[in-house]
Design a protein around this ligand. Sequence first.
Ligand code: ATP
Length: 452
Amino acid sequence: MTEPAPKVDMEKIVSLCRRRGFIFPGSEIYGGLSSFWDYGPLGVELKRNIKEAWWQAMVQERDDMVGLDTSILMHPRVWEASGHLEGFSDALVECKSCHLRWRADEIEGNTCPSCSGELTEPRLFNLMFKTFMGPVEEEANVVYLRPETAQGIFVNFENVLNTTRKKLPFGIAQIGKAFRNEITTGNFIFRSREFEQMEIEFFVKPGTDREWFDRWIEERLNWYVNLGIKRGNLRLRQHTKEELAHYARECSDIDYLFPMGWSELEGIANRGDFDLIQHAKYSGKSLEYYDEETKEHFVPYIIEPSAGVDRSALAFLCNAYAEEPDNNEIRVVLHLHPRLAPIKVAILPLSRREQLVAAAKEIYADLRQCWMVQYDDAQSIGRRYRRQDEIGTPLCTTIDFQSLEDKQVTIRERDTMKQIRVPISELRTTLQAKLAGEDFFILPPGGKIWKE
Ligand code: ATP
């Protein structure tokens, strides 16, 4: 089978994100800070929608999951127990002439890709950011910015168990920032030094771990597909024995076909009992589970689906981006799932005439109680549709002169560019139904097809 080729240029995505206010380079007026990004007015909505969709599917709608929100800074012993102090490092080589550093596993041969100088032997470089707690900057006060959210979950395993009376199998989910002093960054928000993770630690009885590992791979693949990611743009990649992390018994990545090629979107690992055993050892607290049915004590195994919010945002944007013919021109459109679209509905009065504006503002005030809605009366209606297409707004509502007479407005759908006309009294429920996936041509009472 031939592999599908990436269809979108990263430059186009970066430029759209910048131009329309999805994502800006961090600290831009100072020349930017390498590999830090700021989410603009539309980006913050996209990111919130991704996180909310994840939380709804993974926590709200499941009996076997609870949420958590833990501190970014944790007791330094956590990182000794987890193995991050010792093992969370990349091997680097340094050029003896220009002193640039490179990841050893990304370099072939012994010459610097920048100046062809000779490279040193590989040396380990820890990826955790360090800072100091309290007023004195000394070794005893070192704390680390967490490089993953998972450890906050492990150290609260007992708290959650005691306060929720959950029984195995069950999971704990968390969304939060993580920090890694990455050596090679780049590819826009794919790899940055500050990013957000959506992580689940799912605790199971040893022996059932293989089955749960497979189930979670399926669950997580379906989540992306249900939100519009094309299945052909996703693949599963099993880690070889050599690449498995120190804690993992097995691991599979969900890769997405990004513009730079197949790359990890999410990792799903079977961590066995490594984490709870380590934290029990370092904290002196027993982290065993008591199974009331079998009267056994044991340390649960953990299945971890770990996804990146920023990588998901990039995948959803790349997946949605299209350039399509529109009459004699080309329109840029983001076919984002309505759930993820930053703006759900645009309100467009046909002109700036006072009466039209008043009617449009009334509708605007009503609809913004339900969703993020945008009001736009600048330039021609065609241009305004294009602007909304480019940011992925699924529906536009246009108020024209006839609306003042017949109390009806048109709704235009982003993907097909078709229109229906509905009574204003039916507008809210109709928009609601369409956003929830109802066929666009199912009409409310008094509605009609406008432009096919
Ligand atoms: P990679 O091999 O790409 O560095 P990883 O295997 O180190 O990633 P994990 O430790 O498995 O990544 O982290 C889980 C998820 O967190 C990743 O699948 C990714 O979505 C996200 N993630 C990890 N590092 C970064 C980063 N530097 N920038 C953005 N997202 C990241």
